[in-house]
Design a binder for this molecule. Structure first.
Ligand code: ZN
Length: 249
């Protein structure tokens, strides 16, 4: 069993490195996705703002028509004022003149306010457009870099998968099955040291009899609290650095 456990530790080294490379890859992919999502959101905001601007401009144009109409009415009333004869009619037309003057002023004020809104909206649209251009450039650079990184990581994954297959071929089916089961439940370490009477995976104390069994190394022992496979820590002394050359490829 001690030999099986040593082989399993080798396999675990490879698997842990594979996990690391895979999560490195996932991080890159996630970052690219985030960048793209941010850009999409900005483009969406820009389009909404452009639609708003169109609405404001069409309101502006309707207000201009209203102003024109009010001015026409006003000058028509002013002309009529010169022709009226009765005092009663005069004061009626005069009230109309006042009312059209008022609405003319009111529309002019509204137009002024709308002009401010149009200008600030246009400014904000220009800023967003600039930002989008910059972001697109940044994303393109980032994607080119990421592509290189990803293909380098893929190469390493392929190399490690080959080593993984080799290592798996050397471990007995029963031990491998247990190991795979533990890793399917919980990522990370599936085989850990038992040292000074406790499990190095969860640091719980092991039953003294089990600790003796582990030292003997004749049976497959798992931690009663975290379920990881256990080996006697001294058996791995000298293994120190992983046997597989993990930094290469
Ligand atoms: Zn444990």
């Amino acid at each position: 069993m001690k030999e099986q456990l040593a082989l399993l530790r080798e396999l675990q080294e490879i698997d842990l490195r594979l996990d690391e490379i895979t999560s490195e890859k996932d991080e890159i992919v996630d970052r690219l996705k985030e960048n793209t999502a941010f850009l999409d959101k900005l483009v969406e905001d820009l389009n909404t703002q452009k639609e708003e601007l169109e609405e404001i401009k069409s309101l502006q144009s309707r207000k201009r028509d209203d102003l024109q109409e009010a001015k026409t009415q006003l000058s028509e009333r002013q002309k009529r004022l010169r022709d009226v004869t009765s005092a009663k009619e005069y004061s009626a037309v005069e009230r109309e003149v006042e009312s059209f003057k008022k609405s003319t002023e009111q529309i002019e004020e509204e137009l002024l306010r709308l002009l401010e809104v149009v200008e600030s909206t246009e400014e904000s649209i220009r800023e967003k457009e600039d930002k989008i251009v910059q972001l697109r450039e940044g994303i393109a650079t980032d994607e080119a870099e990421a592509e290189e990184q990803l293909s380098a990581l893929d190469e390493r994954i392929t190399a490690f998968v080959n080593r993984q297959e080799e290592a798996r071929g050397e471990v007995s089916k029963r031990v491998l099955h247990k190991y795979d089961f533990i890793r399917s439940r919980r990522p990370g370490f599936a085989i850990v040291a038992a040292k000074e009477g406790h499990c190095e995976g969860c640091f719980m104390a092991l039953p003294p009899q089990q600790f003796i069994e582990i030292q003997r190394g004749e049976s497959l022992e798992t931690c009663p609290s975290c379920n990881r496979i256990l080996y006697f820590w001294e058996d791995a002394l000298g293994e120190g650095a992983p046997k597989v050359d993990l930094e290469e490829s």
